[in-house]
Unconditional design. Structure first.
Length: 379
């Protein structure tokens, strides 16, 4: 397919979840939109994650606000786009007194609205497959939902095309953005305004703008465990002490320093590999388990089994697994800001915005960021 000859109100570079979020926000403004991507289908971090729309644990301020809004947008579109919600809610198990203290402090604060700290006995209802040994209690959050990213992201694109008239130009690399002209490997596209959503590509378009936020790249390990069999139901997304220590949303809790010191003392190898445990379940009964975090300007392509085994150990300590066989492994790459800027958008040209989520929270916050960008571009 060569580039369409029609003129568009808006061209979006990048068809990952951030680009699709901008297409949705722009469609709600009634704009004529084209989305351009170099790949034939979504292939990056947008489909290599948990599909876990996370509110609880997001950093205070803009990220927490965006997560709440993005969760609501997901809720608005899953039905019309035909996307199943695999499960709702999150249980964060506290396996130490320090973690339980963090859970209680968080639940008592503003960002803990709607959350509860429940005793181990409540796992019988919320998460019966969790191991009870060592559990002091758990934080229950009703705010999260989980979709299957490998099917949900293509479904969003299909729905945008069919219902909102969004045009997709795939297999086209964008080489220059200068509205009203966008140069691609398939020929020029005419568009009055442009949003660039480059994902992990830090150097092709507007590298000087992106460099202001000092991004690097993060590589993570992900595992899929075999289907757990009849009757084995996770019921919600699951995390544990490591997540209380890692997520910035818990930073305001007085006990988090003691928890992080405990993790550093008892789990130095886990900490060195940036591991915190997330487990979600797919419709076929298999479990998606992760993840680790390794940072570099160009992450190596290798995935050492020792890292996977650390992740698996924490899963086995936390859940009463029926089958711990690893049936699939993959890595993901996403941009991460060295300035601790979790997301940004910037204006390299008057009719151009560059938008990035630089914290691994694209599924959780991207729809809300996109609404801000479109409002800024068309204000």
């Amino acid at each position: 397919m060569t580039a369409p000859t029609a003129a568009y109100d808006l061209a979006i570079v990048g068809a990952g979840i951030i680009g699709l979020g901008h297409a949705l926000a722009a469609a709600r403004w009634g704009l004529k939109i084209i989305v351009i991507d170099r790949d034939a289908q979504a292939n990056g971090a947008s489909i290599r994650n948990f599909g876990f729309i996370t509110v609880t644990g997001q950093a205070a301020g803009d990220m927490w606000r965006r997560a709440r809004r993005a969760r609501d947008v997901w809720d608005e579109i899953v039905g019309p786009a035909g996307i199943p919600v695999v499960h709702r809610g999150t249980a964060i198990l506290a396996r130490s007194d320090e973690a339980l203290a963090v859970a209680r402090e968080f639940a008592g604060g503003e960002m803990g609205e709607g959350c509860q700290v429940l005793p181990p006995s409540a796992l019988d209802e919320k998460m019966p497959v969790a191991r009870r040994d060592g559990v002091r209690g758990f934080l229950w959050s009703p705010h999260e939902l989980r979709v299957e990213p490998r099917t949900a992201v293509p479904a969003v694109a299909t729905w945008l095309e069919a219902v909102h008239g969004v045009t997709f130009l795939r297999g086209a690399a964008v080489t220059e953005v200068a509205p009203p002209r966008v140069e691609t490997s398939r020929g020029p596209v005419r568009a009055n305004k442009v949003v660039v959503c480059p994902g992990p590509d830090l150097v092709t378009l507007f590298p000087e703008t992106i460099a202001k936020y000092r991004p690097t790249l993060c590589k993570l390990h992900m595992l899929r465990l075999a289907p757990q069999g009849p009757g084995w139901t996770l019921g919600a997304s699951m995390m544990m002490d490591l997540s209380f220590g890692r997520y910035l949303g818990f930073d305001g809790c007085p006990s988090v320093a003691a928890l992080r010191a405990r993790i550093a003392r008892l789990e130095p190898e886990t900490l060195a590999n940036g591991i915190h445990l997330i487990v979600v379940q797919s419709a076929d009964g298999s479990l998606v388990v992760g993840d680790s975090h390794h940072y570099a300007p160009t992450p190596d392509p290798f995935a050492p089994d020792a890292v996977d085994q650390l992740i698996l150990r924490h899963a086995k300590e936390t859940l009463d697994l029926a089958d711990d066989r690893i049936v699939e492994r993959w890595t993901g790459i996403y941009p991460s800001s060295a300035n601790d800027v979790p997301a940004f958008f910037d204006t390299p040209l008057p009719d151009v915005r560059v938008a990035m989520v630089t914290s691994g929270a694209g599924m959780s916050t991207g729809f809300a960021l996109a609404e801000e960008v479109i409002a800024d571009l068309y204000a």
